[in-house]
Design a protein around this ligand. Structure first.
Ligand SMILES: CC(C)(COP(=O)(O)OP(=O)(O)OC[C@H]1O[C@@H](n2cnc3c(N)ncnc32)[C@H](O)[C@@H]1OP(=O)(O)O)[C@@H](O)C(=O)NCCC(=O)NCCSC(=O)CCCC(=O)O
Ligand SMILES: Cc1cc2nc3c(=O)[nH]c(=O)nc-3n(C[C@H](O)[C@H](O)[C@H](O)COP(=O)(O)OP(=O)(O)OC[C@H]3O[C@@H](n4cnc5c(N)ncnc54)[C@H](O)[C@@H]3O)c2cc1C
Length: 667
């Protein structure tokens, strides 16, 4: 899927590759069919001038937003005209590569209706949503509360005399604030509000509220709605109309409450289904599972730019070799860059597994089996947290790895970071989510003698053994064994969880004690999630990876696991499972892995198959022709539209021509 212009400055790098590049591309795409769809959609977008990303970072907000509306509209038209399937449409929107209202419409509004609406409600709303006759957003967060969903203040009060709910925003802090697509585009909002019948508060439920006229898009009576303002960075998330919304006693029909989990009858009776109320949080589980693959994609973009540029960039030299060295030759560059490359591969593998985990829990839920829901919630919440934090930091690290040129928007990295970094906050603040994992671990440990832990928590069933046996590595190559590595991550996680659980068990069980221990709880949750990532990466490799790529994937897997071990050496050492010497041996093994990655590095990022259009980076170009394009790019800068800058006459010339000594001059 490459689109270099012929001259390949990286040809020498590519010639060194020792694996089957095409097989790796197919593996990373998730299969042959997915690969073909991706290739087709990426080219479709790259070849259509309406989707051009040129100038995005220079546009003022109004123009930027209008342009993103134009692209979203054109994407929809293209999907219809070409008769693209749902999967193709999703890919096409992915390559357009701009946060926009359709993300929330397809990604949250529709899944929430599917998860929480009755069949009748799905029949009513989904056809309208599928043909985009209505545009929906997901309006949960308010000015006063985001994490604390139970603290939301918007009310939906049932009026049996008219068979309607009265939607109301009683305080400033009850204003819906942040929902994407709400600000300017949506016609409907999926509103989370406190349900009140006969003066009784039944807690948070979901309602579909029409907010804009389907005739002329004006806000409906007593609805106040708009955009919340400019966000971090140029371009980035500013293509999205994150919005505010207030209701002043707005009436909606009773049928607009999503009633799969609870019903309000015509005479105002509240009836709960026997399904767990946590199913109301289902849309968040759905989105969080998808975030792991997204993290891999974003990280792989940054890593592609940094690896290609590091192979082109030369600084200094040594007496043993002629000329200057490619910066990718430096060990420090490798030790910052290659673990991120391995991480992008790890998240891809784990992302594939997350899809199967989600499919499994959905099947169970349909059969009224809710037993794995807590584990799936902990897993999706925890992996969302870890992968987004690491990816955001990883993009920034890649920017620094590109030196000064990384700071230019032409590198593509500042905008990538600005677009990605809110992922650490949306869909659940990353610390809040780790605390959810910690609560799950505590609960699992407290029941371990009675209930056998399942899935990703199964290792806690072995807590006794994991707490007593220590690591047996005595030479470097002992680490080159996936069982040895897995046991190390299991023992570290089990011991960290057990230590904090024991401390809490000795106390009074008060919330204050829990709060006091939250830093350790977060650390133990992180340890558990790192174990899941390492173990699922290993597991994915062991199930049918093609011969031509297995060796490279193993190298990446060891690189990932060793770098996690070393980055968290303090935790591993504190548990007493490993010694300082064993960590030192792992460090040496990691360097051997870097040597194995080095000749393959450019091909390993080529395998992500990002087009130049999608990367949008002069530094990460496929052909490596960095300097020509940085230089050409400067001439697109609006300050260079004229050779003499606008403002010269008013502001520069007077300074230059006053010809007077400044009063404070000592000369
Ligand atoms: C903090 C929590 C997790 C829970 O708070 P709490 O007061 O303890 O909650 P509770 O009602 O008493 O429930 C606790 C119970 O519910 C479970 N639970 C919590 N979340 C889930 C879930 N997703 N699936 C399944 N189960 C879930 C917990 O494990 C607890 O279970 P337990 O009582 O221990 O059996 C929750 O309220 C939450 O998820 N907060 C984060 C809010 C959030 O993620 N908002 C997202 C808004 S949409 C968005 O950002 C979209 C951006 C997309 C874009 O722009 O691309
Ligand atoms: C770009 C973007 C898009 C968004 N899109 C949507 C959307 O489409 N729909 C929607 O409904 N919402 C949306 N949101 C809102 C988002 O989901 C919330 O901002 C998020 O859930 C975090 O909640 P908060 O803002 O209340 O953070 P807070 O909970 O106020 O967090 C502030 C700080 O307090 C800490 N903290 C809070 N509680 C605790 C605790 N109990 N223990 C320890 N520390 C704590 C947090 O870790 C954090 O450091 C979006 C947000 C962003 C940035």
């Amino acid at each position: 899927m490459q689109d270099g212009n012929g001259l390949d400055h990286l040809a020498g790098e590519r010639a060194m590759a020792q694996f089957d590049l095409q097989a790796m591309k197919v593996y990373l795409a998730g299969g042959q069919r997915e690969y073909e769809i991706s290739t087709k959609m990426a080219q479709l977008v790259a070849n259509d001038p309406v989707f051009s990303k040129e100038d995005r970072v220079r546009l003022a907000r109004k123009d930027l937003y209008k342009n993103s509306l134009r692209k979203a509209g054109h994407a929809w038209k293209t999907i219809l005209e070409k008769g693209l399937s749902e999967v193709e449409g999703l890919k096409l929107r992915h390559f357009v590569d701009e946060p926009t209202y359709t993300d929330l419409h397809w990604g949250m509004f529709i899944p929430a209706i599917k998860g929480q609406g009755t069949e009748e409600q799905q029949h009513k709303w989904l056809p309208l949503a599928y043909k985009m006759a209505i545009i929906g957003c997901y309006a949960q967060t308010e000015l006063g509360h985001g994490s604390n969903v139970q603290g939301l203040e918007t009310t939906a009060t049932f009026d049996p005399t008219t068979d309607e709910f009265i939607m109301h925003s009683p305080t400033v802090t009850s204003t819906k604030w942040w929902p994407g697509g709400l600000g300017k585009a949506s016609t409907h909002a999926l509103v989370y509000a406190r349900l009140i019948t006969d003066k009784k508060d039944h807690g948070i439920h979901a309602f579909i509220a029409p907010i804009r006229s389907l005739e002329d898009h004006t806000p409906l009576p007593n609805v106040t709605v708009g955009d919340i303002g400019v966000k971090f960075g140029n371009g980035g998330y500013n293509t999205m109309d994150n919005g505010f919304l207030r209701f002043d006693h707005v009436r909606i029909p009773r049928e607009n409450m999503l009633m799969r989990l609870a019903t309000v009858t015509k005479d105002g009776k509240y009836v709960r289904s026997n399904k767990p109320r946590q199913l109301g949080y289902g849309a968040m589980v759905f989105v969080r599972q998808g975030i792991v693959i997204d993290a891999s994609i974003y990280l792989s973009r940054a890593v592609t730019i940094a690896v290609r540029y590091s192979a082109v960039r030369r600084q200094f030299g040594n007496k043993d070799e002629p000329g200057e060295l490619q910066v990718i030759q430096y060990r420090t560059q490798q030790s910052r860059l290659f673990p991120l490359l391995a991480t992008a591969y790890a998240y891809r593998a784990v992302g594939f597994w997350m899809k199967s985990l989600y499919a499994d829990v959905m099947k169970r839920l349909n059969d009224n089996d809710f037993s794995t829901l807590p584990e799936v919630h902990a897993c999706t919440a925890g992996l969302k947290s870890i992968t987004t934090s690491v990816t955001a930091d990883g993009i920034e690290e890649c920017r620094k790895l590109c030196g000064g040129h990384g700071f230019l928007c032409a590198s593509g990295l500042p905008e990538l970071y600005a677009a990605y970094v809110p992922a650490c906050t949306y869909e659940g603040d990353n610390t809040i989510l780790l605390l959810q994992v910690a609560r799950f671990l505590l609960k699992t440990l407290s029941q371990v003698s009675k209930v056998r832990p399942v899935g990703t928590a199964a290792y806690l069933g072995n807590i006794k053994q994991l707490s007593t046996q220590n690591c047996k590595v005595s030479q470097g190559h002992d680490w080159l064994n996936t069982s040895v590595l897995l046991e190390a991550f299991e023992a570290r996680s089990a011991r960290q969880a057990a230590a904090v659980a024991l401390r809490l068990a000795k106390g009074s069980g008060s919330e204050a004690e829990f709060q006091e221990n939250t830093p350790e709880l977060v650390e133990s949750a992180r340890a558990h999630c790192q174990l899941i990532l390492v173990s699922k990466f290993i597991e994915q490799l062991q199930t049918g990876t093609p011969e031509g790529i297995r060796k490279q994937l193993e190298v990446l897997c060891y690189t990932y696991a060793f770098s996690q071990l070393i980055d968290n050496a303090g935790d591993f050492l504190a548990t007493g499972y490993v010694t300082g010497n064993q960590i030192a041996l792992a460090k040496e093994e990691l360097k051997h892995m870097f040597d194995k990655i080095r000749p393959n590095a450019v091909a390993l990022v080529d395998a992500f198959d990002h087009t130049d259009d999608y990367l949008g980076s002069a530094l990460g170009r496929y052909d490596g022709d960095v300097y020509t394009h940085l230089y050409k790019g400067a001439f697109k800068e609006s300050l260079n539209d004229t050779v003499v800058v606008d403002g010269y006459e008013e502001y520069l010339k007077p300074v230059l021509t006053q010809n007077l000594w400044a009063p404070h001059s000592k000369l």
